[in-house]
Ligand binder design. Structure first.
Ligand SMILES: Nc1ncnc2c1ncn2[C@@H]1O[C@H](COP(=O)(O)OP(=O)(O)OP(=O)(O)O)[C@@H](O)[C@H]1O
Ligand SMILES: [Mg+2]
Length: 263
């Protein structure tokens, strides 16, 4: 059994008689320590998929399992970064991160917790803005606070829903490099939604296309057989990266990705 599994997962929204089917027969297996990227068009159901893995939504059909247990509610084993950053508006940057660290590591001495907060605030480049509240931050800065908060809790699984979507190109590149470094150093299991195929190629072990809805389903995963560390510039001309890029684009443009056995 894989570390993270979706089996025959279906999800619809709306009242009886006017149900809008978003996901159908979704099947995915992710191994412990693996980095999987999910790419798909807007409205396909990517955030819904992340919510199911996070335990914020329950599937209508099928089962979602993490570490052998069905996911029934949010848990500290799964850290989530959503598209909308969901920060507490009355707390500063450090306070937002400190709250998460405090809940994840209640037994740590205050000094160790403080060091953890500072480390991750620095990691996302927000030390200078550490005492600002979310209202005084740009969208990209808020996104980085959300990322710092999730990383600082050291969850077994990181669920990232377009975590870099609001960043300018330069900051995005820096954060991609940081994510790659953190993943290599700490080997968390990561499921990341992204709309950027090159970002997926830079970071992921496998890329899974999600077809357009309604009733979207995951296509066959595309392996990214490239050595790490990966260099953004080199990937632009690397023949392996080019063939992965072509396969992803083909999968996404062939209309609805076909249902395939993924396990
Ligand atoms: N709680 C909800 N209630 C009703 N409909 C919902 C709900 N959540 C999502 N949907 C619908 O499900 C579909 C998929 O939404 P979702 O947010 O998962 O897409 P997405 O792939 O993340 O899109 P984007 O790339 O724009 O973020 C949309 O049609 C959306 O309106
Ligand atoms: Mg979304």
């Amino acid at each position: 059994m894989s570390f993270l599994e979706l089996r025959g997962v279906g999800k619809a929204f709306g009242p009886p008689g006017a149900r809008h089917e978003v996901l159908r027969a979704v099947r995915l297996s992710v191994e412990r320590g693996e980095f999987v990227a999910i790419v798909g068009p807007s409205g396909a159901g990517k955030t819904t998929l992340v919510s199911l893995l996070a335990g914020l939504e329950r599937p209508d059909a099928g089962v979602v399992r993490v570490a052998g247990r069905p996911v029934e509610r949010p848990g500290r084993d799964r850290g989530v970064v959503f598209q909308t950053y969901a920060l507490l508006p009355w707390l500063s940057v450090v306070e937002n991160v400190a709250l998460a660290v405090g809940s994840a590591f209640p037994d740590w001495p205050a000094e160790r917790r403080r060091a953890q907060v500072e480390r991750y605030v620095a990691l996302v480049g927000l030390s200078a803005a550490r005492d600002k509240r979310p209202a005084a931050l740009s969208g990209g800065m808020r996104q980085r606070v959300a990322l710092a908060r999730a990383l600082a809790m050291e969850p077994e699984v990181l669920l990232l829903d377009e975590p870099l979507g609001a960043l300018d190109a330069l900051t995005r590149a820096t954060m991609q490099t940081e994510l790659a470094r953190i993943w290599s150093a700490e080997r968390r299991t990561v499921v990341m939604v992204t709309n950027d195929v090159d970002e997926a190629i830079l970071l992921a072990d496998r890329i899974v296309p999600l077809g357009a809805g309604p009733g979207a389903t995951l296509g066959a995963p595309i392996a990214v057989p490239l050595d790490r560390p990966r260099e953004r510039k080199a990937l632009l001309v690397d023949p392996g990266a080019r063939s992965v890029r072509a396969a992803v684009v083909r999968a996404l443009s062939s209309g609805r990705a076909r249902t395939r056995e993924v396990a």
